[in-house]
Design a protein around this ligand. Structure first.
Ligand code: TPP
Length: 344
């Protein structure tokens, strides 16, 4: 038996009722994420940017679904495969592209990893390279919202591999104790680089880990953007009302290597083909077409419009300069500590 042969959750797509506007909005963001992600893979092969690129193709529904409908003041604590969360939160395309191109115009002025997208204006934290680091920071932000008595929420994203980190457990334990307004989204794509999920934990469902921290854990089909959105929205509403955290495990798959330099020869072609048949974009498209909300003509017009936006943003970013070497020392450490002590 292959190491990663696990049962997956059935898609209950057609039974999910969401407003037409929401369904189209989810599809729009899913399509934009896919087109931008596939474009980055081509640009990398053309040598248009350096380093490598971490594609999220195949697992976009896990980021687009939860993020859609969030407020600007809500916070996203992303990891390295959250292009969809950035697109959906409304981070401008040129900021996302400048991050991959490491230009001075990028939110971190070219300091970090190509896929460590963040944008303060939209509440997206620039991720830490240390896996699960953003889970800890995101949990701290949720504590901040609680102290300030704000009804905002945090969405923290990570892969199943990151749930083996000590800090991840400390963060969830803390969130459980303090009943924090945070929703944890685990993207179980079966592989953490070359390590199968069966070597990360002795449990079938990673959502079971929430039991230890005293809040609900749910496992869902991560390739159906409508299921993901509905489940996450319910958890987000609970968190906003002060009813505490939820861990949502989305079963999904990444189509390409860990990054563009990884041929992914540790997994079988059959496994890949099986998951490609569960393409989140095609699932969403079929549902919308069956419901007569989308037509082929409308889809083609959307593709054309998004590709044009991407073309324009790339053209503009490619003209941008790289930061001066001294920039490496700026914005690394905070220059002042918080002056006001807050009691709770
Ligand atoms: C503490 C730490 N160990 C190792 C790495 C190198 N690394 C980066 S991504 C990754 C795999 C992460 O797997 P997972 O959390 O499942 O997310 P996925 O890449 O599958 O989306 C590893 C090992 C790192 N960044 N930090």
């Amino acid at each position: 038996m292959p190491i990663n042969k696990k049962k997956t959750v059935d898609s209950k797509a057609n039974q999910i009722s969401l407003p037409k506007k929401t369904m189209l909005g989810l599809f729009d963001n899913l399509l934009k994420t896919r087109l931008l992600d596939e474009r980055f893979r081509k640009l990398y092969r053309q040598g248009r940017f350096a380093g490598t690129y971490f594609s999220a193709v195949g697992q976009e529904a896990t980021t687009v679904g939860p993020t859609y409908g969030l407020r600007d003041e809500d916070i996203i604590a992303p990891s390295h495969r959250e292009i969809g969360a950035n697109v959906t939160k409304g981070v401008p395309l040129d900021k996302i592209i400048a991050q991959v191109y490491a230009r001075e115009s990028s939110p971190d002025k070219g300091k970090s990893h190509p896929c460590h997208y963040g944008w303060k204006a939209k509440g997206v934290i620039t991720p830490s390279s240390t896996l699960a680091g953003q889970t800890v920071v995101g949990t701290g932000c949720a504590m901040g919202f609680k102290i300030m008595k704000k009804d905002n929420v945090v969405l923290a994203f990570f892969g199943e591999g990151s749930t083996s980190r000590g800090g991840w457990h400390e963060a969830l334990n803390y969130a459980g104790i303090h009943n924090l307004p945070i929703v944890y989204i685990c993207q179980n794509n079966l592989w953490a680089e070359s390590v199968p999920s069966t070597l990360q934990a002795g449990i079938e469902d990673f959502s079971d880990r929430a039991k230890a921290y005293g809040f609900p854990g749910i496992t869902i089909d991560g390739n159906n953007v409508f299921t993901v959105h509905k489940t996450a929205s319910e958890a987000i509403s609970k968190a906003r009302k002060g009813e505490g955290p939820t861990l949502i495990e989305c079963k999904t798959y990444r189509w390409y290597g860990h990054s563009e330099i990884d041929p992914a020869d540790y997994r079988t072609q059959e496994e890949l083909e099986e998951w490609k048949r569960k393409d989140p974009l095609q699932i969403a498209e079929k549902i919308l077409m069956d419901l007569k909300i989308l037509t082929t003509t409308k889809r083609e017009a959307l593709v054309e419009q998004i590709n044009q936006e991407i073309d324009e943003a790339i053209e503009s970013v490619e003209k941008d300069a790289y930061a001066a070497p001294e920039e490496a020392y700026i914005d690394v450490y905070s220059e002042q500590f918080p002056v006001k002590r807050v009691d709770w």
